[in-house]
Design a protein around this ligand. Sequence first.
Ligand code: PEP
Ligand code: MG
Length: 569
Amino acid sequence: MLKGIAASQGIAIAKVYKLVQPVVEVTQTEADPEKELAKLDAAFKKTVADIEKIKAVASKSLKAEELAIFDAHLMMANDPEFRNMIEDEIRNSKVNAEFAAKSVADNMVSMFEAMDDEYMRGRAADIKDVSFRLLCNLAGKEIPNLATLDEPVVIVAKDLTPSDTGSLNKEFAKGFATEVGGRTSHSAIMARSLEIPAVVGVKGILDTANAGDTVILDALNGEVILNPSEDQIKEYTAKQEAFLKEKEALKAMKDQPSVSTDGHKVLLVGNIGSPADVEGVIDNGGEGVGLFRTEFLYMKSEDDFPNEETQFAAYRQVLEGMKGKPVVIRTLDIGGDKKLKYYSFPEEMNPFLGVRAIRFCLQRKDIFRTQLRALLRASAYGHLCIMFPMIATVNEFREARALYDEERANLIKEGVKVGDDVEVGCMIEIPAAAVLADQLSKYADFFSIGTNDLIQYSMAADRMSQAVSYLYQPLNPSILRLVKMTIDGAHKNGKWCGMCGEMAGDELAAPVLLGLGLDEFSMSATSILRARKMINGLSYEEMKTMAAKAVELDRMEDVVDLVKKSIAK
Ligand code: PEP
Ligand code: MG
């Protein structure tokens, strides 16, 4: 058995299809430019036609946002500058088209890979993908085409490129196992979106697997079993059926309320990073959006802070997409590890403890006011809740809220329509704010607990550091006490309390959070239905008793035991 990382849940049992890319050896030869230019022209035409064909197949199963990758490839294949550089090389150096194409592409790849900007570095992969196709077409070699599969297979490859994943025909591609990759690699993200089981980072799979071997892909546990026994096939077929049955059953919960067995209702909502993510929240039965991280809008922008119109359009799209369901939009949380291309933050010894989020916005009120105006204008199109990140003191919250009130009054004076049910909330992600929640809730309409930061700051453990990652302990009684204080603090003044950190989607934390009285759980869209199933099977009264015990325990391990025992009943 080979081990890897379960990147997209499910189980597949089928024949191995080895996706081995053709090898194109390129050597430099002297050649007649006219002939080479004609060859190049034909190869470019075929490259464009190939990508268009793959895009057409992919458009049956991928979302518009995921299809954008093919547009990027088409743009590259149609880019006159890229083509001119190769043609110039052919004319000036009188070399063969393959050599000219490879040297131009290699240069571009190294240039993009050396860039500081992560987005631009990512473009290097697009250039590699397109230029490889061009080289194969020049060399007359076919790239295996997954769109032409005609029997059920598990694809085994070093890695899958976006064109590979895009051309997967779900009828026959039952799953894939790759040598490289992690949970957030491109192929893993695509697999989750296509709902195809995938195990990535399986070292040795290419050497061990032979085309036509039977393989069991257990993408629940990250295991690959080559040439399994009859008994193993029976065992995993049963597991697969159970998994599919559970998935089907979960779908039935899509339009159900999230309510405990004794009638206590909560809201299960989704975290999003862009308007395009709204579709996933709706598809997975989300009852709203609990966190729209607006910084992505700012990070995507190339040369300046996004203007009021651009922001208004994005916020409006989300609110309209959610059709009146609550949408919590967080104001700009930038700084720390989140940088902008067009703005240099002053150097700080500890950027995570420095000018980030609301601290930045209160220093740059011009930028903050623009966002508040865009949000307020969008509020006419749905149920908007605005929240401020990284609030440490009552004064910070009041100052931010005063700016909001001013901009609201300004817009009304200008005759602009704004929503009359906008709620203004406070993120609780700094221990000082959690401890003072009962005071903060006099001024805020709601709270949302950002446990990713709350845990980092409570444990004094950098959330980016692998070495201290053992201190990420959502179920440590210390964290549970802070969460309890926050929820109780909100309720004391009749306000609601949500949670949008990763803890909200943690299956072991959910029963305790329910018992502590959390009103809203915001998580990645694909976790919502499983969480609903869990909550709809729990008794609120029992979880209340359990949570009261949990906060009195010593260690995270004790809480984990208590939770497991109380949900096993
Ligand atoms: C959090 O800190 O828990 C949170 C939701 O915000 P972010 O992860 O964006 O810092
Ligand atoms: Mg945070």
